[in-house]
Design a binder for this molecule. Structure first.
Ligand SMILES: *Cc1c(COP(=O)(O)O)cnc(C)c1O
Length: 354
């Protein structure tokens, strides 16, 4: 894949602190652009990271016809750069596009946009263990009009951000609270798409959860408020009586790539994994009966995020004494081991940058 490259004349690399990194606050020198016009993706190019000129009448700003992805590249001990499961993220990207009437991209083009960009900005991939380069591909509708209809033109972009370890001070288990008032997604809605509307809708409930002293909302299903769905940008796992249980994909929760990685590794280890409906009452009962071993969330950013406490109505439970459990730790070590090239990539998940 050939594309035009316009290199920056003023790299920010020398003046950027690549040690004290938050999440998604620092951006590397370049970005990838491509435009959809007259029925095809055109003029793929890498340009210096910077402002994008748009018209105030651009339809995406008004109606949110847009999708995004979030994946990572890692530097192995031997200095090789590799991307974790790009094919899987791309499949979800295209499914999100379909739901939002956005033209899909070919995998070949998607992968080479990431490879080209990361290769050029390779010095931006942090060298420390636990650190990585977060990759954010996104597509937005770029027609200029105020009618609610499908746009004819689009912009595809990729920006990258060096990120630190989520656990600089060790994994700090999160506390979750359910809501009777708010929902994340209903069947037939946008729940399975990585599209901004879902996150905009979650901001107010999340803010209220934080005011009550919790980290995030544990979403229950929209129809009955009975079954556990997911959290923020994480899928949920419950380790009960030696079985790992996770909510099945029934059209309302996002199909996490980390979720899939955890399921495949756990099954490979001989752990029984059940994908099914999980009632919040089942989780509370299992805690009461002393059968609840661990709860954790999974997502690209934190990989595995242990849950220390859950509040539902008037009941509050503490999980594994509020500390990270051994299974969460073992899964975290295995996945990050594969990502950093320290453990055998037996599922062939890592794709080299060049
Ligand atoms: C991105 C995301 C996840 C996690 O997916 P990964 O592919 O594991 O990063 C889970 N839920 C929601 C709502 C998300 O946006």
């Amino acid at each position: 894949m050939e594309f035009e490259i316009i290199k920056t004349t003023s790299s920010r690399l020398g003046v950027t602190d690549l040690v004290n990194l938050g999440f998604g606050e620092v951006f590397s020198d370049h970005m990838f652009n491509m435009d959809y016009k007259d029925g095809a993706w055109r003029s793929p190019r890498i340009v210096p990271f910077g402002p994008v000129e748009i018209l105030p009448s651009m339809c995406c700003l008004h109606y949110g016809q847009m999708v995004f992805e979030g994946l990572k590249a890692f530097r192995t001990g031997s200095g090789l750069l590799q991307i974790f499961r790009p094919d899987k993220y791309h499949g979800r990207f295209n499914r999100s596009c379909r739901r939002l009437c956005i033209p899909e991209t070919e995998y070949r083009l998607f992968l080479s946009s990431l490879q080209g960009l990361i290769d050029l900005d390779q010095e931006w991939v942090p060298k420390r263990k636990g650190y990585s380069l977060y990759i954010r591909p996104f597509i937005f509708a770029s027609d200029s009009y105020l009618g609610v209809k499908v746009s004819k033109s689009y912009r595809y972009m990729v920006i990258t951000s060096p990120v630190g370890s989520y656990y600089q001070e060790g994994a700090n288990p999160v506390s979750l609270v359910t809501s009777r008032e708010y929902i994340r997604a209903a069947k037939g809605g946008l729940g399975t798409a990585k599209t901004p509307a879902n996150y905009a809708a979650s901001l107010l409930p999340a803010q209220e959860a934080i005011q009550k002293g919790f980290s995030q909302i544990l979403w229950l299903d929209a129809a009955e408020r009975r079954y556990v769905e997911e959290v923020g940008t994480m899928n949920m796992f419950f380790y009960m009586e030696g079985r790992l249980v996770t909510p099945s994909l029934e059209g309302t929760i996002l199909e996490g790539v980390t979720r899939d990685s955890v399921i495949r590794i756990a099954r490979d280890w001989g752990i029984t994994v059940e994908e099914r409906k999980v009632a919040i009452d089942e989780v509370l009962a299992s805690s009461r009966q002393g059968k609840l071993q661990e709860i954790f969330g999974t997502g690209t950013a934190a990989v595995i995020s242990p849950v220390g406490r859950i509040q539902h109505d008037d009941t509050s439970i503490t999980i594994h004494e509020g500390k990270p459990g051994p299974l969460a730790q073992k899964l975290y070590d295995e996945i990050t081991g594969i990502q950093y090239g320290e453990r055998e990539d037996r599922f062939r998940w890592c794709v080299p940058v060049s």
